[in-house]
Design a protein around this ligand. Structure first.
Ligand SMILES: C[S@@+](CC[C@H](N)C(=O)[O-])C[C@H]1O[C@@H](n2cnc3c(N)ncnc32)[C@H](O)[C@@H]1O
Length: 253
């Protein structure tokens, strides 16, 4: 990865993370666009946002480019991705980051005090199993102001449609194979690059000690998410966008 005069090229790492994630989700940018449309619809152009399981801060990046008056707190447990996030947003007073484990019942105590207009999260909560995720939804209902919003974009599996699921998966993987042949990096290859970077090597070793390759969680259905969000204290919940493999669920407090 290129180095700038000031050291590590954080923008290059941010962009290479985005390309790696897009290999799995070609509709990722469209999903972010709809998420921000709904933030604007609910909270206007200067929202106070919690970017949950923020990784390198991809959601925060889109948020601030579209709504310069927004503020964002990013929360994650991964020391390497947080190193990139902190480097990329260094000096931007609208942004802060918190290291926390969302499966730890006391994690909200580490946050700047709420309430938040919007809690936004993508491609992350399937790292939790349904028990901790239901608990997390309850905690998030307590962090969002009345009239505020939680949006979760993730894989939501409908077990009642196995044939549709199989053809969708096969089609998606064929596209991924073609992109790979054209040079796209997958998860393991991207982390191999991070391991070789002098600044990221140590936090990368730490993140593998925390998670291993990837934490094992669940991908419950959209019905499970909407029901659990209503039980958690949100007033309404439904999908506001879906691709063949991913869904964006919105819950209004
Ligand atoms: C695939 S990345 C997605 C990151 C970002 N939301 C994006 O769309 O680029 C999943 C993120 O969830 C975070 N994560 C998973 N389990 C977590 C937990 N228990 N506590 C905090 N963060 C967690 C990981 O560290 C990782 O940054």
């Amino acid at each position: 990865m290129a180095e700038t005069a000031a050291g590590t090229d954080w923008r290059a790492w941010q962009e290479s993370w985005d390309r790696q994630q897009e290999w799995y989700m070609p509709d990722r940018e469209e999903r972010f666009r709809v998420m921000l449309d709904m933030v604007e619809a609910v909270a206007g152009p200067e929202p106070r946002v919690l970017d949950l399981a923020c990784g390198t801060g991809s959601i925060t990046d889109r948020l601030l480019r579209r709504f310069p008056g927004a503020t964002s707190t990013g929360v994650d447990l991964d020391p390497a991705l947080l190193t990139i996030a902190r480097g990329y947003f260094d000096g931007d007073e609208r942004v802060s980051f918190v290291t926390a484990d969302l499966a730890d019942p006391g994690w909200t105590r580490l946050l700047p005090p709420g309430p938040y207009d919007a809690v936004l999260t993508a491609t992350a909560l399937h790292w939790l199993s349904t028990g901790p995720l239901a608990t997390l939804y309850g905690q998030l209902a307590g962090l969002v102001r009345d009239g505020g919003v939680l949006m979760n974009a993730d894989h939501m599996t409908d077990l009642g449609t196995p044939r549709i699921n199989a053809v969708e998966r096969a089609h998606r993987h064929a596209g991924m194979d073609r992109a790979k042949a054209a040079g796209a990096l997958d998860w393991a290859e991207w982390w191999d690059l991070a391991r070789k970077d002098p600044v990221l090597a140590e936090p990368t070793a730490e993140r593998f000690a925390i998670y291993g390759e990837h934490a094992d969680g669940d991908t419950p259905s959209l019905d499970w998410h909407t029901r659990t969000l209503l039980e958690a204290g949100f007033g309404e919940a439904r999908a506001v966008w879906a691709s063949p493999s991913d869904t964006l669920v919105l819950a209004l407090k």
